[in-house]
Design a protein around this ligand. Structure first.
Ligand code: TRP
Length: 432
């Protein structure tokens, strides 16, 4: 039996141009993670989020193109992962509304980003809500919709986003409490091993400090930016301290441990700053150059990018659309022709044939079950249970549409898409 997959999901707000810090801190580890077996990755361009902080349409369009090209150039395989643009998924704003209606206003009042704006207004003696949009206030609900739409388990984010993931859990829990267990509760995944890259001035590389090095600038510009990294005034021949050197830390983020050890030695031996900068330039350029080519090709052909994103959206919507249909039903946004209970009669026969559970015993003496659809396709298989009662209990739970806690005991065959299984279970739950 294969272990159940862990779903990773993260969004990138489309307001800026990718820099080396984004690459080392987010893009490179995400591309690597997407290659690990047993994982399913959802990476998306959070352009609805971009509208909250940016009112320049051209900048949003440009940034969306650059970030999309950047992730693909860095090796993300859109066939292997779900790579899409948030605004291509109309189910996301739809879910945002369903979630808005179960979210306490008090919860949103406590969100750091909103509170910081209010506190600043108060400190400046202004109206507390001056220049605060409802978009900023609602940001955590939109983000919760992004995450729980795909029942993500792990959300790789920076520390500043942890509160938002906790809010997504709270919101998912409120919905589950009212309408049944539809959502997986997500967790933030903070990778301690991933470096935060220092910027030109030695502080964390960040657009807000204006100390970034562009990821796909032409090589000459990359070289010029690297020459601008602050160093101390030690002369050539004087030993230098690698541990307080932004230059060294950036090098380390790109180099092998042998290369890093060699540069450490060169520091001790008094390498000139100019020479160290040249080494850094060459090392970064070696990793980036092939991607830069692909980046140029992609940004030179935006129509192709558009096609890739549309295809990603189709894939994502194949999950989102039946899921939202089920959620609409759960909250009571229903087809009036399909009354539940006593009034449902005439139309019964036109309903899709339901999948069914089959329980059986194997030669190993254990008790199993599988879920088979009307055409005989196996949608789900169980692991072995010690008694028929244990197997029956798991079946009963699944009939209720609750998967939580059973992940270890069930497996989706490789030829069955996740949404096929979830819609089959939804159908069963609705039929009750
Ligand atoms: N708010 C996140 C940021 O600014 C971006 C984002 C939007 C996101 N939706 C998300 C991250 C969902 C993780 C999951 O960095």
């Amino acid at each position: 039996m294969t272990a159940p997959t862990t779903r990773f999901l993260t969004g990138i707000t489309t307001t800026g141009t990718p820099h080396l810090g984004n690459y080392v801190g987010a893009i490179r580890p995400a591309v690597q993670a997407s290659l690990r077996p047993g994982t399913e990755s959802f990476y998306f361009l959070a352009d609805y989020h971009a509208l909250i902080k940016c009112d320049e349409p051209a900048r949003i369009q440009r940034s969306t193109m650059e970030i999309a090209a950047c992730w693909l150039a860095a090796g993300l395989d859109p066939e292997r992962v779900y790579f899409y643009r948030q605004s291509d998924i109309p189910e996301i704003p739809e879910l945002t509304w369903l979630l808005t209606c179960v979210t306490g206003k008090g919860l949103l009042n406590r969100a750091h980003a909103y509170k910081a704006s209010v506190d600043k207004n108060l400190a400046d003696g202004r109206d507390p809500d001056a220049d605060v949009t409802a978009g900023l206030f609602m940001y955590p609900v939109l983000m919760a919709a992004d995450i729980i739409m795909f029942n993500a388990h792990k959300v790789p984010v920076g520390r500043d986003q942890i509160q938002h993931i906790e809010m997504a859990r709270d919101i998912a829990q409120s919905f589950n409490h009212l309408y049944g267990p539809h959502f997986t509760l997500p967790e933030a995944a903070i990778d301690e091993a991933v470096a935060t890259l220092p910027g030109l001035d030695g502080r964390k590389m960040s657009k807000s400090y204006d100390n970034t090095i562009a990821l796909f600038a032409p090589p000459e510009q990359l070289r010029r930016q690297i020459l601008n990294i602050v160093t101390d005034s030690r002369a050539p021949g004087e030993p230098k301290d690698p541990d307080n050197s932004a230059l060294f830390q950036i090098y380390q983020a790109f180099a092998s441990s042998d290369e890093t050890a060699a540069l450490r030695q060169a520091y001790a031996d008094g390498i000139a700053w100019g020479e160290a900068k040249q080494l850094l330039f060459e090392r970064i350029d070696r990793e980036i150059a092939p991607m830069r080519e692909r980046y140029r090709a992609l940004t030179g052909n935006p129509a192709e990018l558009e096609t890739i994103l549309r295809r990603g959206a189709d894939k994502a919507r194949a999950i989102a659309s039946p899921f939202v249909a089920r959620l609409r039903h759960a909250v009571g946004l229903r087809n009036l022709g399909q009354q539940e209970g006593a009034t449902a009669t005439a139309k019964q026969d036109e309903r899709p044939a339901l999948p069914g559970f089959k329980q059986y015993r194997e030669a190993d003496g254990l008790h199993y079950f599988k879920l088979v659809d009307a055409s005989g396709r196996v949608l789900l298989l169980s692991t072995g249970f010690a008694s028929p009662r244990d197997a029956g209990r798991a079946v009963a739970q699944l009939r209720d549409g609750r998967i939580a806690g059973l992940e270890q005991h069930i497996r989706r065959p490789d030829d069955i898409a996740e949404y096929e299984l979830s819609s089959a279970l939804a159908l069963l739950a609705q039929a009750r």
